[in-house]
Design a protein around this ligand. Structure first.
Ligand code: SPV
Ligand code: MN
Length: 625
């Protein structure tokens, strides 16, 4: 290994871990970088990463102190690297398991490894290879898992500093064991200024469960490249579902109702671009995490959870002073922030829905841009990508929860599951018990967004908003949820939310900040402060409670007619949904029995009220006793 000099080799050797050395040797030999740089937890090493990302052009400085811009590859509106590539993400499994999970892309392990090793042969030629060590979760915590990242992208390495906890010193404490995840990433050959991946057709993300590693190449978009994010989530899902804990696509927030002097903690799973980060960042509340959580049954009878990250890789669309005041403030003040795939004009970033005048021209993800620009297929190129992102550290924020690094995590009192659903589910609904909550999470449907490649606006099942990352069967996953709750003395209350209901003219029935009211109502329910109305699908709020919450929190007059439109039960739509859900789950071989029991009961109840009222929309008042 001539690529590594004495100093860097010594840093590796100091870990006293033969597994780390073996992995580094294997992949440096395969990928053939010109130089290997080992980054420890020292300020100096971390500053070097930040500096090289700019020096090599993967990031460029913006006007405000600490702000940089990064672009991912773009050829046309249909061919780009601006989102997660689900199609080329494959789970490598033994031959006999191939295709046995209908919702998971699987590939025979040996075949997949041969293919990707061939693609990765020489993929780092002319690049520096960065070796990094992180801790997924707080240090000295039962929850946490260590992770090794090898990448030839300084943007990836820099993003990981903002998003994860340093782990070089933690690796020393492993005492030579191989108890860690590892991730190999290469952007592949680059072209242009800024340098982006050239041969996107070679993009692959292969999840090797057996070796607890993910190999990812010919991409830069963080959802594909940053090993510790969704790639590690997939490995953690495998581990947790074969043990007794949960690895979830959850935010974690502290909810602080006015005049109550108490904090309740909530998790929430929403498919990408469906209001997840903005819920966790609601005004007056605190954020522990916005994307990935590990949960364990704790001695006090509650589920405890930690954020495995310490930063946010958030979507930057419709973030403006009015609708998302906390994030907007964070993004328009000096601090270490990486913007990606937005428009830059005179050193200032602009994104979709930022409430400012859009400049006529500038630099964006397609290069030099003007307002009439179209791609080769004649499609209009917007000024910023709808899946444009920002990366910041949570501690930077005023609303950071003080428990972010608590090794015991926080006790969870409630869980939200949400989707982008224009016509079926009410804005908020409470489950009857834990199993019904698992059912609610399992039956989330959502219209596709720009966060993944492919057509937008297609209704898809999104169990626990985690389907994209599942590497075990849905049946096994749901049974693990069921069992987890059964072991808790105080299982969290589960709520389904829907921020995206529309009226017949396609206008949203709710304002963007209305979600604060659903959150505060749910928090009150945890403390038995509000009554609720039982419907065939679960509990919904009473009008008078919402009316006072709207007044108290948003200074808004909440009209009864709005309540009726939003909270009416739609038997036909709901029955159609039940059929879609059944059609999906019928394909799973090992579903838990409670799921079918609840589905059957609900269907019976919905048919009954459909016959009783013969109405498309049944007013919530008709269910009030
Ligand atoms: C998501 O899409 O759910 C994200 C961003 O959190 S990504 O890293 O692309 O997964
Ligand atoms: Mn996510």
């Amino acid at each position: 290994m001539e690529a590594i000099d004495r100093n860097n080799l010594d840093k590796l050797k100091a870990l006293n871990n033969k597994f780390v050395l073996k992995i580094v040797i294997e992949f440096v030999t395969l990928c053939k970088p010109s130089k290997v740089i080992v980054i420890t937890d020292s300020e100096e090493d971390i500053a070097y990463v930040r500096h090289r990302a700019v020096e090599l052009g993967e990031e460029a400085r913006l006007k405000l102190e600490g702000h940089t811009i990064h672009y991912d590859g773009f050829f046309t509106m249909a061919n780009h690297d601006q989102a997660r590539d689900k199609g080329n993400t494959q789970v490598l499994v033994p031959k006999e398991q191939e295709y046995s999970y209908p919702w998971i892309n699987t590939m025979e392990r040996e075949k997949g490894l041969n293919e990707i090793m061939e693609i990765m042969d020489g993929c780092m030629e002319g690049h520096e290879c960065v070796i990094r060590f992180f801790c997924l979760g707080p240090k000295n915590s039962k929850f946490s898992i260590l992770a090794l990242q090898i990448t030839d992208s300084y943007y990836v390495a820099h993003s990981e500093d903002l998003l994860y906890r340093a782990g070089y010193e933690e690796f020393k404490k492993l005492n030579g064991s191989n108890n860690f995840f590892y991730f190999i990433h290469s952007s592949g050959n680059l072209f242009g200024d800024p340098p982006v991946t050239k041969d996107l057709e070679k993009r692959r993300i292969y999840v090797d469960l057996q070796e607890r590693r993910v190999l990812s190449c010919f991409n830069q978009y963080a959802g594909n490249s940053v090993g510790l994010k969704k790639l590690a989530l997939r490995l953690a899902i495998h581990k947790s579902n074969n043990e007794d804990w949960l690895a979830e696509h959850y935010f974690i927030m502290g909810v602080h109702p006015k005049e109550k002097n108490r904090t309740s903690f909530f998790c929430g799973a929403f498919p990408s671009a469906c209001g997840k980060t903005s819920t966790a960042m609601l005004p007056g509340q605190t954020i522990v995490g916005d994307d990935i959580a590990y949960l364990r049954v704790w001695d006090d009878g509650y589920a405890h959870t930690v954020n495995i990250e310490r930063g946010i890789f958030g979507i930057i669309k419709d973030v403006n002073a009015k609708d998302d005041p906390v994030i907007f403030e964070a993004l328009t003040t000096p601090r270490e922030t990486i913007f990606s795939n937005v428009l830059v004009k005179d050193g200032t970033p602009y994104w979709i829905g930022d409430g400012r005048l859009i400049p006529d021209n500038g630099i964006n993800f397609s290069g030099s841009w003007n307002k009439d620009k179209k791609d080769k297929d004649g499609r209009v190129i917007p000024h910023a990508h709808p899946n444009a992102r920002y990366t910041i550290g949570i501690e930077e924020l005023e609303n950071a929860d003080p428990n972010l690094h608590n090794p015991d995590g926080v006790p969870i009192h409630g869980i939200f599951y949400g989707g982008r659903d224009s016509d079926t589910m009410p804005p908020v609904l409470e489950s009857i018990d834990w199993e019904h909550g698992v059912f609610l999470g399992a039956s989330i449907e959502s219209e596709t967004t720009s966060a993944t490649l492919g057509t937008e606006g297609v209704r898809m099942q999104q169990p626990m908003a985690n389907l994209d990352f599942l590497v075990v069967s849905l049946g096994k996953y749901l049974k693990n949820h069921q069992k987890f709750g059964k072991r808790l003395k105080y299982p969290p209350k589960v709520f389904a939310t829907n921020y995206f209901l529309k009226n017949k003219d396609g206008k949203y029935l709710n304002g963007i900040l209305d979600k604060l009211i659903w959150v505060i109502w749910a928090e009150g329910r945890i403390h038995n402060e509000f009554e609720a109305i039982m419907t065939p699908i679960g509990y919904i709020p009473k009008y008078n409670d919402l009316k006072s919450l709207f007044k108290q929190y948003l200074d808004k007059e909440y009209k009864q007619e709005d309540y009726i439109k939003q909270f009416s039960i739609r038997p036909n739509k709901l029955l159609e949904k039940q059929i879609r859900i059944e059609n999906m789950y019928i394909k799973e071989k090992d579903m838990p029995a409670f799921f079918w029991y609840i589905l059957k009961n609900q269907r019976g109840e919905l048919s009954r009220i459909k016959d009783k009222y013969s109405l498309e929309e049944i007013s919530p008042f008709l269910f009030e006793k």
